[in-house]
Design a protein around this ligand. Sequence first.
Ligand SMILES: Nc1ncnc2c1ncn2[C@@H]1O[C@H](COP(=O)(O)OP(=O)(O)OP(=O)(O)O)[C@@H](O)[C@H]1O
Length: 223
Amino acid sequence: MIKTINLKKIYKNEGIEVPALKGINLEIKDGEMVSILGPSGSGKSTLLNCLSGIDKPTEGKIIINNVDITTLKDDELTTFRAKNMGFIFQFFNLIPVLNAVENVELPLLILGYNEKKARKIAENILIEVGLKDRMKNFPNMLSGGEAQRVAIARALVTKPKIVWADEPTGALDTKTGMNIMNLIKELNEKNNQTFVIVTHDPRITEYTQRILKMDSGLLFEQN
Ligand SMILES: Nc1ncnc2c1ncn2[C@@H]1O[C@H](COP(=O)(O)OP(=O)(O)OP(=O)(O)O)[C@@H](O)[C@H]1O
């Protein structure tokens, strides 16, 4: 379970304070697929960055699988994230000098899997996302939809309990975006992983079980 207690984030820049999160209390159950919807500047990315340990909150607790991640030391947090979390970004964030299968196997190599085993697992997951014939393509030889499938495969390859997605369809045309959402939904149902998807696009929320609406650093829940 993911739980926050009175989560606050205040950015401080040259003496100016910007309160981006003003006390967020949320609970997301294991296996849930949730969207966080809100206008530009409402704090969605800040919330996702705090929940996923990319950024540190100013105040409050973030409890993930019974661990308050705000109390972890940097190296403990890095290990916790590598073991428990996967990330999907708007612009895919693939490594340009690695081909598709090399991008996907990288998280496994970082976790210490041997090369043969990592390659096999990466190939299987690329088949699962429909990219059997694109394994050796470099990112610049993939369409946007294919690149996002590779990124999804990379996010899921370590079988994380939680997958964070920041505008996963933001750089794609509508049809490709909907295909990606169908794939994410299918994987969520099959693997019972928690998906938290940040978006400003209400169409994306139709794929999720629950919508958490944000405005001005606060959360308004909707079922
Ligand atoms: N590094 C920063 N320093 C100062 N203020 C920041 C910083 N990052 C974000 N903010 C401010 O915090 C608020 C929330 O920003 P955030 O990026 O979380 O919103 P968002 O809902 O994700 O917006 P968008 O949909 O446009 O990405 C905004 O007012 C923004 O200007």
